[in-house]
Design a protein around this ligand. Sequence first.
Ligand code: ADP
Ligand code: MG
Length: 365
Amino acid sequence: MAQDKDPAFVRFKNIEKRFGKVTAVAQMDLEIPEGSLVTLLGPSGCGKTTLLRMLAGLETPTAGDIYIKGRRINDTPVHKRNLGMIFQNYALFPHKTIFDNVAFGLKYRGFSRDEMTTRVEKALETVRLPGVADRMPSQLSGGQQQRIALARAIVIEPDVLLMDEPLSALDENLREDMRREIDNLQQDLGVTTIFVTHDQREALSMSDKVVVMKDGIVQQEGGPEEVYNNSANHFVADFLGHSNFIDARVEAKENGYLTVSLTDGSTVRVNPAGPFTTGDKAEIVIRAQKMTLGYREDLAREPEMNYFTGKIVDRSYMGGEVSYFVELPTGKVLHVINFVKRSPYRRGDEVFIQVDPYHCRLLGD
Ligand SMILES: Nc1ncnc2c1ncn2[C@@H]1O[C@H](COP(=O)(O)OP(=O)(O)O)[C@@H](O)[C@H]1O
Ligand SMILES: [Mg+2]
C-alpha cells in the first residue's frame, strides 16, 4: 500500500547495470514526476540508452528496482509496460502505409478496426499531419517521417514516452523545429516523457528537469537554469558549455563576496555560494558569455567588478556573436563570447575583461 503513495511517476531505485566488467549504470536513484519532460544528458557511453532500455524492458537490471505509478515493473514484460518509444533510428516500415505504421502498436492490443481508425486519425492530427494515412513513408519528408514516428509512439496513449536521441539524424534547422514541436506536444498531451540527448542546448531548451550523467552516475539534476547557472561540479559546468576554470585559494569573506587569490597573487571577488573557508583550494568557473571585453578607455571602471587584462590571441565570428580567446599575463587563456554589436576587437589587441563577481562561481577541489 505504501507504494501507492509514491510521488514519483517513474522511479529508479538503486538501479545498476553491468555488462561484464563495464558498469553502464551505477546504483542510480531517479524520480520522474508525472507529466514532466525530463532529459538525460551526457556524453556518449554514459549510460543513457541503457537506462531507457531497462525502463522499456529491453534490458534487465543487474540490481535495483523500477517503479511506474508505484508498481514495481521489473518482471513486467515489454508489451505490458504501456510505454511509447522513439529511438535514434526511428525508421518507419518502408513497405507499410502511414496508417499501418501508426496502427502498429494497436494491433497487439486488441482494438477493433473502427477504434484503430479513430485513434490513428487522432494521432495524425496531433502531429499535424492529418490526411496522410494512405501514403507511403518515402512520400514524406524527413521531418514528416519523424512526426509519424511520434504519432506511432503516442497512439497507444502511453504512460511514459521514451525518446532516445530522436533528433540526431536531422539537420540543424529541422532539429530546432522538431524540438519545439515535441516540447509543445508534450505539454498539450501532458504525457510523462524521458528524453535522451548528448546535446546540451536541446536539453536546456525543452526540459522541466535535466539529469546530467557521466560514467553511469548522475552528476546533477535540476531545472535547466539551476544546472546551468549553479553547476555542481567541473564536469557539469564544462559539459553545459563554454566555461572558464581558474585555480584559486579562498582568502576572506567580505561584504557578501568571497575574495580568492590566483596563482599570480592577484585577487578576485567571487560569488559566496558554497561551503568555503579561508585556505580552501578551489576553482573559479566563469561562463564565456558572462564576461565583457573593452579597451582601457571605454570601460567605466566600477569598483565592485573584477577586471583582467590580456591580449586577444584568437577571434572567430559566429553570426550573432564573436568568440575571443584572451591570453592573460600568466599565460592562462580565457574564452569570452560577446554580441557582435559590441565587438570591434581584433587579434593582437590589448583588452580588459570585465566580470561581475556574481558570475564567478566557486567549485570545490
Ligand atoms: N549490450 C551491451 N554489451 C556490452 N556493453 C554495452 C552494451 N550496451 C551498452 N554497453 C556499454 O555500456 C556503456 C553505456 O552505454 P549506453 O547506455 O549506450 O550509453 P549512451 O546511450 O549514454 O551513449 C558503454 O560503455 C557501452 O559500451
Ligand atoms: Mg545512447
